[in-house]
Structure formats: C-alpha cells, structure tokens
Write a protein that binds this ligand. Structure first.
Ligand SMILES: [Zn+2]
Ligand SMILES: [Zn+2]
Length: 298
C-alpha cells in the first residue's frame, strides 16, 4: 500500500533542512543527543500524549523513528502509533493521527527482543516484540517497512546493550497472548464452553479451572497472577529445583470472578479505541491513515 519505505516525509515540510540535519546526525544519537531538532521532536511526542503520558525528554534520549503498526490485541488487530527512541519503544492508541495519542506504553529497549512471524494469508509483515511486561505481535504495511522497523529496533537494542556492557537482558520474557478468537476451546482441557482467561506464563487461552492457579511473575505484576496448570507444574518443579518457594494457588470458587475482573481487563488494548473506529471495515481504513509509514530520523 501507498508509499514505499524510503519516501521519507520531511519533518517541517522542508526537505533541505531535514537533509542537513540528517547529515549532521551520527547514527542513533551521538550528536543527535544535543540537537535542537531532536528535542523538538521528543517534545512533540510528549505533547501528543498530553497528560496521559509520561515525560519523555530525558537526557540522551533520541527519537529514531516513528510510524503506525497494526498490533494484535486480545479481540483483534488495531493500529497503534509507535515511536522508536534509542532507549525505549513507546506506543499508544491513535485518537487523532499526528496530533493526539493516549494509552501510552513504554518498553525499555534493553529488555526487548524481536522474533520473526511468517506471513500467513492476510497476516503479513509481522514480528513479535518480546519483553518482560507484555509481549505481542505487530504487522507493518509492507515487507520493506517490516525490514526497516526490525533493523532499526535491533540496532538500537544492540547499541544500548553495548553501551551498558551487557550482551542480553536477563529478565524473564512474557508470552504473546493468543487472541481470544483463535481459541474456540480451552487450550488446556479442550472444553468448548468456557470463560476465557490467558495464562500469563505461556499466553494460551484456557478455562477457569485450567487457570485456577496463581504464580508470582515479578516482571509482569507484583502480585501472583493467573497461570495454566501446565505452567504451574513447570514453574513449581523449576522452583523446587532451585529451592524457591513462591507457590500461590487460589480457591476455585469465589475468587475467580474477582481475579478475572482484575487481571484480564488489565489489557491495555481494548479500551479507548481510536475515534474513527465505527464500522466493520475499520482495520483497512485505519491502516490507510495517510502518512502512517515508518519514518526514520537518522
Ligand atoms: Zn480447561
Ligand atoms: Zn501456561
């Protein structure tokens, strides 16, 4: 669709100035750190999130690129605006493209890993963004954009880790959640009528009784969270091998409702949908947002 990667939009409708800036900027933030243009861009992102976001202008932070990616959420895939900084990946819901975003999420890049997702029918140009807090799949509009995004993210991660003198993150990764509509049956016991819950350890969709156990996964939550019986066993045996006891289980009755209303609804994606969303064909429409392609600043 539309523009190929490489048709870079100018920053202030002024290609020449922008080219000068690019020429002066050393890859991913050496001279860029102090650049006024960078400060302005970071400030602009901050403004777009308004009070719903955190301050983003921290010393040394450089905005490397931005664009719209389709993010797979619990119910369906939705467009999200992504900002790649040299130290973090920030994304949010699009209220008004290039003007207003909310539901800001910040993933520190030191914890981020990427994994390719093969094309499958209409689902193309995707990859996993794996991190300790909440892993997920995103799709770019074109194969070229996918390549650019992945290369830029990887470069930022590598630079960051190099800078910190570590080779990889040691935090436990969170699973990519299986979307609700991909699980007609409980993925643990195959029961067909069930209320859906996600295992926080492996991401499957399962029924109440198959997810009645809780386990402490500190990267995701300070409280013990829902895991499936398979993961519970796995985690228990790992823990006993490591002489760790951090088992948690809950009574099957009574606690489920409370637990599920708290944790399953904590998914950031399903509320605050973009304003333009109204019909059945919204995904295609939303993807066609003009100028939504990956734009790199280096
Ligand atoms: Zn089940
Ligand atoms: Zn599991």
């Amino acid at each position: 669709m539309g523009q190929p990667w490489g048709t870079l939009r100018t920053l202030a409708q002024d290609r020449e100035k922008w080219r000068d800036f690019v020429a002066a900027l050393v890859a991913h933030g050496k001279k860029g750190i102090n650049s006024e243009a960078n400060a302005r861009r970071v400030h602009n992102v901050e403004q777009c999130f308004g009070s719903s976001g955190q301050p983003l202008g921290i010393p040394g932070r450089v905005l490397v690129g931005e664009g719209v990616l389709t993010k797979v959420c619990r119910k369906r895939a939705k467009p999200r605006q992504f900002f790649l900084f040299n130290d973090a990946l920030v994304y949010g819901n699009i209220i008004l493209h290039k003007k207003k975003y909310n539901k800001q999420q910040i993933l520190p890049l030191g914890d981020v890993k990427l994994e390719n997702v093969n094309d499958d029918g209409n689902l193309r140009n995707g990859w996993k963004i794996i991190n300790p807090k909440k892993s997920f799949v995103v799709y770019a509009a074109t194969a070229t954009e996918k390549k650019e995004w992945m290369a830029h993210i990887r470069k930022c991660v590598d630079d960051l880790l190099l800078q910190r003198g570590i080779t990889k993150s040691c935090s436990a990764d969170s699973p990519v959640w299986v979307p609700d509509n991909e699980a007609k049956n409980c993925m643990h016991c195959s029961k067909s009528e069930f209320s859906m819950h996600h295992c926080r350890s492996c991401g499957i969709v399962a029924c109440n009784s198959c997810t009645s156990k809780r386990w402490l996964l500190p990267e995701q939550s300070p409280k013990p969270i829902r895991v499936c019986l398979t993961c519970y066993q796995k985690l228990s045996s790992q823990a006993s091998q490591n002489h760790v006891t951090r088992k948690y289980s809950v009574n099957k009755t009574g606690d489920d409702r409370q637990a599920s209303s708290g944790d399953d609804s904590s998914d950031d994606e399903d509320e605050g949908a973009p304003a333009r969303q109204n019909g059945s064909n919204t995904e295609a429409e939303e993807l066609a947002i003009h100028d939504a392609h990956f734009q790199s600043y280096d």
